[in-house]
Design a protein around this ligand. Sequence first.
Ligand code: BEZ
Length: 392
Amino acid sequence: MKTLLSAGAAALATTSLVHPAAAEDITVGLLLPYSGVYAALGQDIEAGFRLGLEQFGGETDATFEIVAEDTEVKPPVGLAKARKLVLQDKVDVIAGIVSSGVLGAVSDFVDSAKVPLIVANAGNDEATGANCSPYIVRMSFSNGQVNRPMGKWMREQGINTVFTMAPDYAAGQQMIAGFVEGFQSAGGEIVGQEFTPFQKTQDFGPYLAKAKASGADAVYVFYAGGEAISFVKQYDSFGLKSGLPLYGAGFLTSPLYVEAEGPAAEGVIAALHYVPTIDNEANAAFVATFEAKTGRTPSEYAAHGYDAAHALVLATAAGATDRESIAAALPKVSFSGPRGATAIDPATNNIVQPIYVYETVAGTDGLTQKVLAELPAEADPANGCDLAAASN
Ligand code: BEZ
């Protein structure tokens, strides 16, 4: 399915008007879920990406054409669509991918096809670790990066025992492994773990009963998209929230769907690399323009898309015109963005960034994100990846 979306056509027209004498046309393959449990995430990433091209397009002579494809959150479909974008549409660069499972399926293909991939969500640790590639740059987060520091922080708050839950696929396993590593190395004890069938679990009741019976001080989870909405609502309606505090990776209570969770989300404490309440100038500008354009607050997903577009614009402004030169230029970009100073670790091609601990609280205009702590940026362990040495 070739989808040159109409909203995209509008964005393209805007970019072309700004640059009537464009030097290069860059074709971007947007590889996102537009169906399945992460469909809303894909749409928010695309909204952020298009806004980023509009916002920063003035910094390059290049123009951008977008071809969008739906991964359906299915690894084999994601791989087939990546092959189509590269072999049929002949894109210069791919951006997107929400699910760690899809990223795992696509990584080797983009590496061998030598096509640059800007990861705009999926946190699969291996893509910037054991299975890293000079063609893969991540502008979002890694699964370990978000959760490891939260384990240590929760232990410092006096939490001794935790029960964990997550969907049973790469992201769930890696996010929980990161949390467990941080929590146990700070002296905490894991008293139970459940991995729920991904995209299939409607009723979390049996798992919540086990969490309650575990006697843990707290529950720590990763859920995102439609699964996060169901989980947070059921946790509250099961009567657990008051006696067994709920913590998690911050996708759990994303601004994208926190209003759908409603009061059940109030008091949940979570860790994330971006919340719209981060206090800096670039974030204020991003929030204002995103709200003016879409009528909603930007989420972490929109921020990934926006920063991915910013990075691509800067790579082309530095002279990149084709697959090889874009791949070489992307890891070198740095800018001041909604997450503050933004740069890529040359050893792994993963973004380096602080992690924010935030609580969902009632604000004047609905639910909002109150920042409780900023945990310092740490580069991920290289886990066998050494891109810096490879490029020397
Ligand atoms: C992942 O599969 O990597 C993922 C999906 C949704 C939110 C965060 C991470």
